[in-house]
Design a protein around this ligand. Sequence first.
Ligand code: ADP
Ligand code: MG
Length: 695
Amino acid sequence: MQEKNSLKTPVRYFKGVGPKKGELLAKLGIGTAEDLLYYLPARYEDRSNLTAIKDLKIGEHQTVEGEVITCTNRIAKSGTRFFQVAVTDRTGFVHATWFNQPYLKDYFKKGQRVILYGKVEVHDKLQILQPEYEILEGDDTDSIHIGRIVPIYSTVAGLGQRYFRSLADTAVSKYCRSLVEKLPTYLLAREKLVDIKFAVRNIHFPATFENLEKAYRRIVFEEFFMLQLALAIKKAHSKASAEGLGHKVSGKLIDSFKNNLSFELTEGQKKAISDISRDMSETRPMNRLLEGDVGSGKTVVAAYALVLTVQNGFQGVIMAPTEVLARQHFIGLSELLMPLGISISLLIGGMTPETKRQVAEEIRSGRIDIVVGTHAVIQESVQFNKLGIAVIDEQHKFGVTQRAILKQKGYNPHILVMTATPIPRTLALTVYGDLDISVIRELPKGRKPIETYWVEEEKRGKAYKFVKEELEKGRQAYVVCPLIKARVQGPGPKGQGATEIYEKLKTEIFPDYTVALLHGKMGLQEKDKVMKEFKKGKIDLLVSTVVIEVGIDVPNASVMLVENAERFGLAQLHQLRGRVGRGEHESYCILLADPKTEEAAKRIRAIENTLDGFQIAEADLDIRGPGEFFGTKQHGLPEIKFGNILKDFDIMERARKEAFGLVAADPALSEEHHQQLKTDLLDKFKDKLELINVA
Ligand code: ADP
Ligand code: MG
């Protein structure tokens, strides 16, 4: 039994919604009255202010209303077919033109009144090209469709604007009153927010743009607030005490680690280390994100945390996204930690089952202090004796849920997540909103800025000549290709294959130098050997795929040449460039690129113009939007339907402040005026309920 005006009333009970329309609405995710209320317009048209045809301004987007005088399908001299409607409003004439849509002839009739919206241009005569249109009906003079600010929804074929708008109108007039205010009154007052009924009514049918603005702000605030509330609760929860983790931060081991360092730590590194010491000295587990651009020296900070845990009688693990990177860490950390008498071991998929079993046994017994491996292997096969810290490197490669997996295995260690994708502030507050954050902003002293050049195909020869000069100076170089083997046939973009480029460079271009190949399909031992020899300087030029994208550290390499740079994402290019400029030598990044789209060209220019990873990340976010920024949804970006986390950043900050304040004051949401929030939150995040132990 549905109550009268229940928000859960199915839309198929609405007048004019049959099974067919019902299905189309379902496609848009609309099943109930409530869904309709929260299906927000994509944009608005100010039809309270129609432009008279005689006042149309060339080049601007405008709305006119008029009567159809003629409608014709025509063919231009060029052969293009188009459909044209002449419209008058008694002040003048304008033509609406649509290309390749002859069927429009069935919709328009002489004598109809229509609304047209689009860019006004002059081609022989005054025209609106490919306008959006709406055909008015007799009683539409003072309705929801005209004479006011009109909502335009994004719909599917079969659900016209008029139809959809009428449904929205029904929903608003009959069901808005059933909406329940979930935000406490004090919050509405403090944040100057309108109540939910006003907001929903005005987001659909605003009387003024000012009301629309208020409605939007309220709805977005609520969305962000609920998200931040979940994060605040999750954070409070993950900090619940874990017995015995509180580490003593001074001791012999830590002292000798610090004294053994061959360089002075940067300010950012020192700050991160002090943040970590503070966290790890507490009994509740650390949950910290360490952000730092490529080459900023995150590894040594991680090493510090590992040493700290060993000094306190615990084990540590560091997980990397690829085997190559795990090996790198193993080599790097061995250099730093073995002299201190710390036992460290590698654990990756490519090792023999026997070795793996042996290592796993030593980890279980506690004979091994530090394990370095890929996250997959560590997840499946390891039991720790006494795990004190898990370091997760290059987090953006696997997704935020990684942390939860360790916990599921029964560990509740300190956690340090490291990422070289500088995360724009706005994303940091959402994706990693439950973590504390340390940022290393500067690179170690003495690094020379990397010079970056965008080179076109014709100048390939010159680029090679340049590489040769560097090799002659004793430097090493990378050549990175998008593919292992060139694709010359079939669908999809063509691209340089590492295999072919390798052959060509080895035999034709650099016959006097040692050229090697590295790609993901090679066996582990082979890859390993190549990397080792490159690191030792026995290989001059390494042709590879993006397997070397993250973390590889060879200070003598001074040139990064990227083939088909237009095929790589911004973050990837920035990572690749970060493979050079890691020593005292002047370094260069050469991008061979032939961008076919404006977006690709923008990426190349962004890389060319700045070395600052944070700026690049902002540009990336701007070009691709937040969803794409992290690759896929699984990467932990919560779904945000209404707000725009870039444009509405100020709302996010307010919402966060309020949400964290609320949880600090009422952690279990037990106060009377928080009951509705609690119910809704439990409802909204029911799959992620480990988050909320507030019952
Ligand atoms: P990333 O942050 O990209 O993981 P790494 O930890 O690999 O960077 O460090 C890059 C290089 O910089 C390494 O060779 C490391 O030894 C060196 N390095 C780290 N910190 C400093 C420092 N404070 N001064 C000089 N060199 C440093
Ligand atoms: Mg690294």
